[in-house]
Design a protein around this ligand. Structure first.
Ligand code: FAD
Ligand code: DHB
Length: 393
């Protein structure tokens, strides 16, 4: 089967779907190829914190109806240590900016609905995706669907296929410089059918390790605890997870954590990863395909959104005005923010997690940093400014 499109997009995560939507609004055609089923991508539980800039872009492009109705605006977060909570007043410290709680899978559902309502081509459950001719003017994606071989010829390819995708691997050896850092910890996350025991997110530093109390809705909580990067989830029956959470989140003033049925659980390793440049020939990488940040800063999804915003602008300039500049500058326009976020996510991770090899010195530094952030307005403002994220420029 021979097919043609303007932009071939690999991956129906937030990056690929949003790119397809932004291009559609400008009359540019795309085909999205996704290895998993629609049900799988719509149910995969991941991020929950949207920066103001992400929300603004979604709302400005017609994706804000349910987000405005069901999303929860948060104007502060809590840092908890020594059994006490300290509020970081995000909005007061950033001229009124805020974050929104709205599950990544809800963003994905909204995007899929919007794309399908506009008769978009999204192919789920494709196999054996291969890229060729990425240094030519007519790159090609070959894939299998329903036992048939397809050949999709494109003007450009967007590799939005996440960290384990095939796009990045299609770039010839020696072109990309890869930066990689493994953190010596992971997160065990649960989604639970219980009202959150907090109104704002709690990031807790405890001698037994980091814990995070987040939420999705007034009825659904999302919580995480620091574990080993290769922790065996079978070692963690639900009761043990709740007990550990309640120890790490405990305060001196009698606050209690309400337990409830666990709907989903999983372990994620924490890593930092960046490739430079994020492009080669007619292939452009976006989102987790190009970079991963440790989850402590709540930034991965937001960075993916920023990348495709810049990539859409570049494609639009090429199709509308015939100009190449924004395509050539794509990687540079993204990498400044990528490294800012990498630094912030590293700062949050280093401040809040226990280090297995610590002889006590690192712990004292972490404590000094927490006290500084919670007592100096300048330090709190720096955290807040990074947490809410700068506007997209
Ligand atoms: P993905 O969502 O990974 O999408 C890539 C898609 O490509 C997938 O659907 C995949 O199936 C598909 N694919 C892969 N290979 C192929 C192939 N060969 N052919 C076709 N399709 C393919 N970020 C935040 O901003 N805030 C948070 O609060 C936050 N919390 C997180 C908590 C956890 C536990 C985790 C794991 C992540 C969190 N993140 C957070 C990160 C965020 O989820 C990711 O950064 C985001 O999913 C990146 O989107 P993406 O579209 O680039 O990649
Ligand atoms: C969530 C995830 C994060 O990585 C984070 O830093 C805060 C909240 C969440 O899933 O709600």
């Amino acid at each position: 089967m021979k097919e043609k499109t303007q932009v071939g997009i690999i991956g129906a995560g937030p990056a690929g779907l949003l790119l397809s939507h932004l291009l559609h609004l400008e009359g540019i055609d795309s085909v999205v190829l996704e290895a998993r089923s629609r049900k799988y991508v719509e149910e995969r539980v991941r991020a929950g914190v949207l920066e103001q800039g992400t929300v603004d872009l979604l709302c400005d492009t017609g994706l804000g109806d349910r987000l405005r109705r069901e999303g929860l605006v948060h104007r502060g977060i809590e840092l908890r240590f020594d059994g006490r909570g300290h509020r970081i007043a995000l909005s007061d410290l950033t001229g009124g900016r805020a974050i929104w709680i709205y599950g990544q899978q809800e963003v994905v559902k909204d995007l899929i609905n919007a794309r399908l309502a506009a008769d978009a081509m999204i192919h789920f459950e494709v196999g054996d995706v291969r890229l060729s001719g990425i240094d030519s003017t007519k790159p090609v994606i070959k894939y299998r669907l329903d036992d048939r071989e397809h050949v999709l010829t494109c003007d450009f390819i967007a590799g939005c296929d996440g960290y384990h995708g095939v796009s990045r691997e299609s770039i010839p050896a020696g072109v990309l410089r890869t930066y990689h850092h493994e953190y010596p910890f992971g997160w065990l996350g649960i989604l639970a059918a219980v009202a959150p025991s907090t109104e704002e997110l709690i990031y807790a530093s405890h001698e037994r390790g980091f814990a995070l109390h987040s939420l999705r809705t007034p009825e659904i909580s999302r919580l995480y605890i620091q574990v080993k990067p290769d922790e065996d989830i079978n070692e963690w029956p639900d009761e043990r997870i709740w007990e550990e959470l309640s120890i790490r989140l405990a305060t001196n003033d009698g606050w209690t954590l309400t337990y409830g049925p666990v709907l989903e659980k999983g372990v994620t390793a924490m890593r930092g990863f960046v490739v430079e440049p994020m492009q080669y020939g007619r292939l452009f990488l976006a989102g987790d395909a190009a970079h991963i940040v440790p989850a402590t800063g709540a930034k991965g999804l937001n960075l993916a959104v920023h990348d495709v915003h810049k990539l859409a602008e570049a494609f639009i300039a090429w199709y509308r005005k015939g100009t190449n500049d924004l395509l050539e500058q794509y990687s540079n326009r993204c990498l400044g923010r990528v490294w800012r976020v990498q630094d912030f996510s590293s700062f949050m991770s280093l401040m809040l997690h226990r280090y297995p090899e610590d002889d006590g010195f690192r712990g004292r530094l972490q404590h000094a940093q927490l006290e500084y952030v919670c007592s100096s307005e300048a330090a709190a403002r720096s955290l807040a400014e990074n947490y809410v994220g700068p506007p997209h420029v």
